[in-house]
Write a protein that binds this ligand. Structure first.
Ligand code: NAG
Ligand code: NAG
Ligand code: NAG
Length: 428
């Protein structure tokens, strides 16, 4: 009797041990698989780029931010504050500005006005300003979206601005109720150069609830080259059931939308520091028709620096073998401005790893393989930034950005910079 009892007790114990071992094995395989998926493809290219950048620093790229950087120099024409966060009154905080040229060669800036606090989840208004004289003067704010004093969750978030140059239409795509059981992807437009805006349209069902994303702050693009010439592309981040990046595409000038490339975070749910989590993203089109995307590295995957992705089929796919980490473009987890003009790629963002401060513009003459050290635009606290240029003016670039001294969003300012090509190299 006792033998049998002992034997069955032993068996029970063995079973428990086996189960524990099994769980440990499953967990370890999962980890291995996970690191396979997320690490292997990024490493090689990232090394390439790292080496390129180092070689470049030894030769033509200048180090001192005060010196003119190879090829181009920037000088401030004017700097104007568009919105101030007074932290009182009906709308106390302004944040997350977007900027675009208009079909008639003017400028439109839109930003979130937050009613109750500085937090993202906050009833908002979207404030629009327009300039018809190259950014020298701006209209008073016009409110185009107003959440009223709704409950916190039932609010709107900016948003991607973009222009269909064929139909001369400006669009703003944004998300409403991001953290509600069903989020709404909204699209509104202006056909009179940004003076009046129509009622927003709900395009959630077109792209599908599972791809209803947060259209990233910045601008969307219209493809100017094949493949998919004429296509509108908006880059979004974050989903209802997980995280990651998605491209939303329209081939009929914004009437219907579907999702293209989808890059989920790894893992998709329960993401933690160090995981692969592509966030806010800014696409630009290269002259070869490929789409290059600069992405916020939200969970600091391997570095406090940007992720880069690339599409060769008009945004249908973002192949893993072309993803890389650009260790030159350090970031404190933030959205950045990117603009490509006449072979020069401009980049704006805080030139720091941890704090939203020290806003720099840097540029590249080899499509982002190497970057100049750039020039400091704002030495104190600074946050989101975005670029545009007017189609008829090759000599100036506009940057709209958050800056401050108490917090990084004390005000939203637009800086107009003159681009001069400099052939002289910096004396060493
Ligand atoms: C938008 O459409 C979705 C899907 O049909 C729906 O669940 C949501 O309530 C709509 N939102 C608004 C603001 O109309
Ligand atoms: C532009 O907005 C108007 C007014 O809401 C709407 O009727 C029209 O369908 C929109 N156009 C596109 C392409 O979204
Ligand atoms: C483009 O850049 C070249 C130098 O690389 C310059 O000579 C030319 O004027 C620029 N063109 C425009 C339209 O800015």
């Amino acid at each position: 009797m006792t033998d049998i009892k002992q034997a069955s007790a032993m068996l029970k114990w063995l079973r428990v041990v086996l189960r524990v071992l099994l769980v440990i094995m499953v967990l370890m395989t999962g980890r291995l698989l996970y690191s396979r998926v997320s690490y292997s493809t990024l490493t090689k290219r990232q090394m390439d780029l790292h080496n390129d950048a180092q070689t470049a620093q030894g030769s033509s790229v200048q180090r001192s931010p005060r010196s003119s950087n190879a090829g181009v120099s920037l000088s401030v024409v004017h700097d104007i504050v568009l919105w101030t966060s007074h932290r009182r009154g009906e709308v106390g905080i302004f944040r997350v500005p977007v900027l675009t040229y208009t079909p008639k060669g003017n400028l439109v800036a839109i930003t979130e006005g937050r009613r109750k606090s500085k937090s993202d989840e906050n009833p908002k208004v979207f404030a629009v300003k327009r300039s018809t004289d190259g950014g020298a003067t701006w209209s008073p704010s016009q409110w185009i979206v107003d959440d009223g004093m709704s409950r916190f969750k039932r609010c709107s978030y900016i948003g991607t601005i973009f222009v269909d140059d064929t139909t001369a239409t400006i669009f703003l795509m944004y998300v409403f109720c991001e953290f509600c059981p069903t989020r709404s992807l909204m699209l509104m437009n202006s056909t009179d150069d940004g003076i009046t805006w129509g009622r927003p349209r709900n395009i959630t069902d077109q792209v599908g609830k599972e791809h209803a994303t947060h259209p990233s702050p910045g601008y969307g693009i219209q493809k100017k080259h094949d493949p998919a010439k004429g296509r509108l592309i908006v880059c979004g981040h974050g989903f209802h059931d997980g995280k990651g990046l998605v491209l939303l595409l329209s081939d009929d000038h914004g009437v219907t939308w579907r999702h293209g490339a989808f890059v989920p975070s790894v893992p998709f749910l329960n993401i933690q520091k160090g995981h692969f989590d592509p966030d806010e993203c800014q696409p630009v089109e290269f002259p070869d028709g490929s789409v290059h995307i600069v992405v916020r590295n939200q969970m600091v995957y391997k570095c406090n620096c940007k992720m880069i992705m690339r599409s060769f089929d008009g945004g249908e796919t973002l192949p893993r073998q072309y993803m890389l980490l650009d260790r030159t473009l350090i970031e404190p987890r933030i959205t950045s401005g990117v603009w490509l003009h006449n072979g020069t790629m401009f980049y704006s963002g805080p030139n720091t790893r941890l704090k939203r401060s020290k806003l720099y513009i840097r540029w590249s003459h080899d499509f982002g393989r190497t970057w100049t050290s750039g020039t400091e635009i704002w030495g104190d606290l600074a946050g989101y930034s975005t670029f545009t240029m007017l189609p008829q003016d090759n000599d100036h670039i506009y940057m709209l950005y958050e800056r401050g001294t108490t917090e990084y969003f004390d005000e939203i300012a637009v800086t107009k910079l003159k681009i001069s090509s400099s052939t002289t190299h910096d004396p060493r």
